[in-house]
Design a protein around this ligand. Sequence first.
Ligand code: ATP
Ligand code: K
Ligand code: MG
Length: 680
Amino acid sequence: MANVRKRTITREIMNQAIIDAFKKLNPSVMIKNPVMFVVEVGTVITLLLSFAPDLFGATNVGRGYNIAVFFILLVTVLFANFAEALAEGRGKAQADTLRKTKSDTKARLVQKDGTYKEVSSTQLKKGDIVRVEIGEIIPSDGEIIEGLASIDESAITGESAPVIKEAGGDFSSVTGGTRVASDYIVVKVMTDPGESFLDRMISLVEGAKRQKTPNEIALTTLLAVLTLIFLIVIMTMVPMAQYLSVQLDIATLIALLVCLIPTTIGGLLSAIGIAGMDRVTQFNVLAMSGKAVEAAGDIDTMILDKTGTITFGNRMASEFFPVAGATAKEINFTSLQASVKDETPEGRSVVELAGKLGESWKSSEYDDAEVVEFTAETRMSGLNLKNGTQIRKGAVDAIKKHVTDKGGNIPQDLDEISNRIAKAGGTPLAVAVNDRIFGVIYLKDTVKPGLKERFAELRAMGIKTIMCTGDNPLTAATIAKEAGVDEFIAEAKPEDKIAAIKKEQQEGKLVAMTGDGTNDAPALAQADVGLAMNSGTMAAKEAANMIDLDSDPTKLLSVISIGKQLLITRGALTTFSIANDIAKYFAIIPAMFIVAMPQLQALNIMHLASPTSAILSALIFNAIIIPLLVPIAMKGVKYRAMSADKLLSRNVLIYGIGGVIVPFIGIKVIDLVIQGLHIV
Ligand SMILES: Nc1ncnc2c1ncn2[C@@H]1O[C@H](COP(=O)(O)OP(=O)(O)OP(=O)(O)O)[C@@H](O)[C@H]1O
Ligand SMILES: [K+]
Ligand SMILES: [Mg+2]
């Protein structure tokens, strides 16, 4: 089910990232990352000092030392830029592939008089009608208004099995760039040029409109404040040193500043965010914002639609049951009459079954009848014949009410029959002509496989699942049990779905909603995380902030994991970055002052070769830790199903202790290497 796109870092992506790392040196780009911008300023100053060591006054350090500091600082900035560029690389590569799909196609525009005119797909506007034949590329997003066809969506989903799309109902939307694999369809264009699903998908995977999430902005601010504090601390060291008659040269002060400010997390922060979004797309989920992915990491409740989300949604009429004195012939015929003009898949399956049972009819007989279309509000559909006869089929409680309002009676055996269907997980539709109920249609649907295990995983994470359906309580109970959801709400109208979400939100919970129908759209918009099935309608996909290209509702589980991982990775690497300062302090402070104050010998626990080697070793460690942590930033820290709080404290502990110990070892090793190479 879960279709994970494996996109490795290719040589091309790597080379492009190296080029981009240099391009990102542009100060107007760097300033968005205050920590690394400070490092860049330091790089420029040490570059000047490399040419003119006495630029800011007499100094006793040589040109070589300034050049060394300059070089390490430059590499530090480049490493950070490289991390970001690498994280962007896979998305950019995927965007390029998608752009090729988008290449201009020809469209067969249906004109007012019914004739066709060939136009370019880029000229199509909302409301245009096009006909697409077998083998052709669908020129724009739209809804099928005529026909049934299998569609090859592999260009977008990467999945090669074609999907059936048809007019009416929740499977009528088609995406521009996909291909008609059988038959033909007539499509009403739903988007204007430049606003199509493919356009949005390209800009999403490319991260063109990536915005920092509130969490990221908060952390960036915190890091900037920390940087400012260290800057002030280091500036106050200058007069203090003068008082002690210690000569502190500029390059050393810059080195100390860069070592103390949180460059590790500052350099990796945006890579963590981009890579998180990229991991979501690898699971074939399109997330409109990083905020939605992070919200997914904190979800408490998940609300799911039944038909098309938990079940496959191809509800088909499988049997007609007469009630109270009606004959089999009567129920077959009235079911047919109630459905001849019902363009939903359910309606058409009724017509098909009646045909198999020997009923015949002429569509033209009903041309003067008024069509009562199915809506999620009325939960009924049917016809009003010219002679005043009202034919209806629909949810049993809706038909009961309809018939009672007309003064009719409810047949004794109606409940027994419809309950039997419902208990089997089917959807019973009652059929009535005027005030008389003739029987029940049995609509069958299948629960998607593997849901139970995945809902159990959600439960283990402390997430409650609620199925919210327009169907009757008995069917709902059966499907709820079969799928393994915690709770269900039956006979829900669209506003009830919103109410269910709002109720949870008022209790302070973060709510995710998955759905596929137009009637789910308001609820998808209300939820903190709205995941639409790609098989669903345009309205649902537009309202949601995530779309699952594989139409698998449990995909949210993967997004939840990625969201949690994103938050934890950021926390862990921030802790690591700040904990590093302890070792750097012990490396650099004795080196700076030991000549003037031999008492500081007590601090010299690292026994580094020389003051210069100590400072350069700390600075080199500070630089190379960035690329060493890139794999963690890209993949995210290891994630296990446990509560977010536990996970966070566990990782903060690991990365905190690691952050203290690792640099002691790292700096010492670098110092030994420098000595061994007789560099200083
Ligand atoms: N074509 C139709 N004609 C008449 N009644 C229908 C038709 N399709 C569905 N119904 C009835 O209306 C009810 C609600 O419709 P629908 O399935 O669209 O609601 P929903 O809220 O999307 O719920 P679900 O979770 O099942 O998708 C169905 O359970 C069924 O009883
Ligand atoms: K640092
Ligand atoms: Mg639905």
